[in-house]
Design a protein around this ligand. Structure first.
Ligand code: FAD
Length: 307
């Protein structure tokens, strides 16, 4: 597909990006998808809370999605990381890759996800998404009713504890240093017999991806089978920053009701612009944005020809 023939460039060919590509490609728009192949859930053995695919392996889902979208000659998929993006003086959006050069289109969709920053504690990465999990809706059902830890500090502990008690009553909060929440949160923990450990965590005890417990700085070892951890995240890449797209106070891309970022012609979809971090949501928003943008393109071409 020559650069001049592209209607939409989509950076990020995972759930949100491929869903948009499917809607656009079926509407006979010409789409280029660039994907670096690092979906956020790539380390989890089974994807859940996704109707029709509950329990499927993410790698299988990704391969099937790519195969289905690639069947449309209107869509070109390239395995490539986009390293630069720029809006040219005439409004064209230009995207550069190391392997395949530079592409340009009138509209750019960023479906670039988020990047989780795991703590450098040995074993954390190995257990991540198997016995160290981030979300009860994704994994809570499978790990319910086991000795469980919550690695978290701050006032939001109250909310998370209130949620997690639905999945387990054997809960300990690890603040990894002095608790930074008030007496009301302590009272909530006491009310529900939730233990509180403020001693810093020194080590993870684990057998392969299965957590066995946490070793504390004072030498104690507390057995656990499951740990919920809220890890910090960043935007999946720096293209939004290069383009000057604004972030909100949470670090998500600011978008309007049509998912356009603060840079006209640049749209964001999926995890990078919402707190609804779920596969179904990423697929749904890709479908909606793809449908709306294709409609605008089709009507824009057709309506001026009316008498
Ligand atoms: C451990 C874990 C387990 C999860 N399990 C579940 C679950 O069971 N059920 C559920 O509903 N949700 C789950 N989620 C959430 C789910 O993974 C996300 O909501 C979903 O992946 C978001 O889709 P996305 O398309 O927005 O982003 P992603 O799936 O993260 O995809 C972003 C894509 O963009 C690519 N990319 C980024 N920058 C560039 C660039 N510059 N050039 C080219 N490509 C680029 C990346 O390589 C990646 O392929 C889980 C999340 C985590 C962290």
């Amino acid at each position: 597909m020559a650069a001049s023939e592209i209607d939409f460039i989509i950076v990020g060919g995972s759930y949100a990006g491929l869903s948009a590509a499917l809607a656009l490609g079926r509407a006979r728009c010409r789409v280029l998808v660039l994907d670096a192949g690092q979906p956020r859930n790539r380390t989890t053995p089974h994807a859940h809370n996704l109707l029709l695919h509950d329990g499927d392996a993410p790698a299988e889902l990704a391969a099937r999605a790519r195969q289905q979208v690639a069947a449309y000659p209107t869509v070109q998929l390239l395995e490539a990381r986009a390293t630069a993006a720029e809006k040219l003086p005439d409004g064209t959006l230009q995207v550069t890759t190391a392997a395949h050069g530079t592409f340009a289109a009138p509209t750019l969709l960023l479906a670039t996800g988020l990047r989780d920053e795991l703590p450098p504690l040995p074993g954390f990465a190995e257990c991540w998404s198997t016995s160290i999990v981030h979300c009860p809706y994704c994994h809570g059902y499978e790990v319910a009713d086991q000795p469980t830890g919550l690695w978290m500090n701050g006032e939001m502990v109250a909310h998370m504890v209130a949620m997690l008690l639905n999945w387990t009553r054997e809960l300990t909060v690890f603040t990894n240093g002095p608790a930074t929440f008030g007496a009301d949160v302590r009272a909530l923990l006491a009310q529900h017999s939730v233990s509180l450990e403020e001693t810093p965590v020194a080590a993870l005890l684990h057998t392969g991806p299965q957590l066995d417990g946490l070793g504390l700085a004072d030498g104690r070892a507390l057995p656990l089978r499951v740990l919920y951890a809220k890890v910090p995240w960043q935007q999946g890449c720096d293209l939004p920053a290069q383009l000057g797209c604004e972030l909100d106070e949470l670090g998500l891309l600011r978008v309007d009701e049509l998912n356009q970022t603060t840079v006209p012609g640049v749209y964001a979809l999926g995890d990078n612009c919402t707190m609804m971090h779920q596969l179904a949501n990423a697929i749904g928003v890709g479908n909606r944005v793809g449908g709306l943008l294709s409609r605008d393109l089709i009507l824009g071409r057709t309506l001026p020809m009316r008498p």
